[in-house]
Ligand binder design. Structure first.
Ligand code: ATP
Ligand code: MG
Length: 169
C-alpha cells in the first residue's frame, strides 16, 4: 500500500463522523455478542483517504467486539490532543499478552494463548490497520493485557488537522 497504489485522493475526513458510521455498521454484530459500542469525543477533521480510514477503524472495532465477552464494552473516542488528532478504540475484552504485542500487526498472525483460535478470522485485520496508519503517517500505540482489555490509539501528525468551516451540514 503506497501512495501510487491508491486510486483515491486525500480529502477532509471527520474522524468523529467516521466513528459514528462504523458504530452503525457494527450495531448488529455488537448486539449479537451483547457488546456495547459507544462513540464519544469532538469533530476532528484530518486530510485523509476515507475508504482507507473506514477499513482501518472497522477492523479495530471488529476486533474489540469479537475478542470480548457478553456484557463487554467498546469505547471509541476522537479528540484533538497536543500529540495530534487521536482516535482511540478501547475494549474490556480478553486482552493480548505482552509477548504478542509486536506480532499481532503481522499478516496472518493470531494469538493462540487466548480464546481467539475459537473465534473466526484470518489474521489480516491489524496488518491492514498498520498499513492504513502508515499511509496517513499515523503512529499506533497498543496497551493490552489478558483479562484487562485492549486500548489501541492512532495518533495522526499534529498541525495538519483542519479547523474552521470545512464541515458542511
Ligand atoms: P481478521 O481481522 O482477518 O478477521 P483476526 O481478527 O484474527 O482476523 P487481526 O485483526 O489481525 O486478525 O488480529 C490479530 C490477532 O490479534 C487476533 O487473532 C487476536 O488474537 C488478537 N487481537 C486483535 N485485536 C484484539 C483485541 N481487541 N482484543 C484481544 N485480542 C485481539
Ligand atoms: Mg480482526
Amino acid at each position: 500500500l503506497d501512495e501510487n497504489s491508491i486510486p483515491y485522493t486525500a480529502a477532509p475526513v471527520d474522524l468523529l463522523e467516521l466513528a459514528q458510521n462504523t458504530r452503525i455498521q457494527l450495531e448488529n454484530p455488537a448486539a449479537k455478542q451483547q457488546v456495547t459500542l459507544q462513540v464519544e469525543g469532538e469533530p476532528v477533521v484530518i486530510e485523509g483517504v476515507l475508504p482507507v480510514l473506514d477499513e482501518m477503524l472497522f477492523n479495530l472495532c471488529d476486533n474489540a467486539i469479537k475478542y470480548n465477552k457478553p456484557g463487554g464494552h467498546v469505547w471509541v473516542s476522537v479528540k484533538h490532543t497536543p500529540d495530534g488528532p487521536t482516535l482511540t478504540v478501547k475494549d474490556d475484552g480478553i486482552g493480548i499478552p505482552t509477548e504478542d504485542h509486536e506480532r499481532v500487526f503481522e499478516r496472518f498472525y493470531r494469538v493462540d494463548k487466548s480464546h481467539s483460535k475459537a473465534i473466526g478470522g484470518t489474521g489480516l485485520g491489524l496488518s491492514i490497520v498498520k498499513h492504513s496508519a502508515a499511509y496517513h503517517n499515523a503512529r499506533i500505540e497498543l496497551e493490552s493485557a489478558p483479562g484487562k482489555g485492549t486500548c489501541i490509539r492512532l495518533i495522526f501528525p499534529p498541525g495538519r488537522e483542519i479547523h474552521g468551516q470545512e464541515q458542511t451540514d
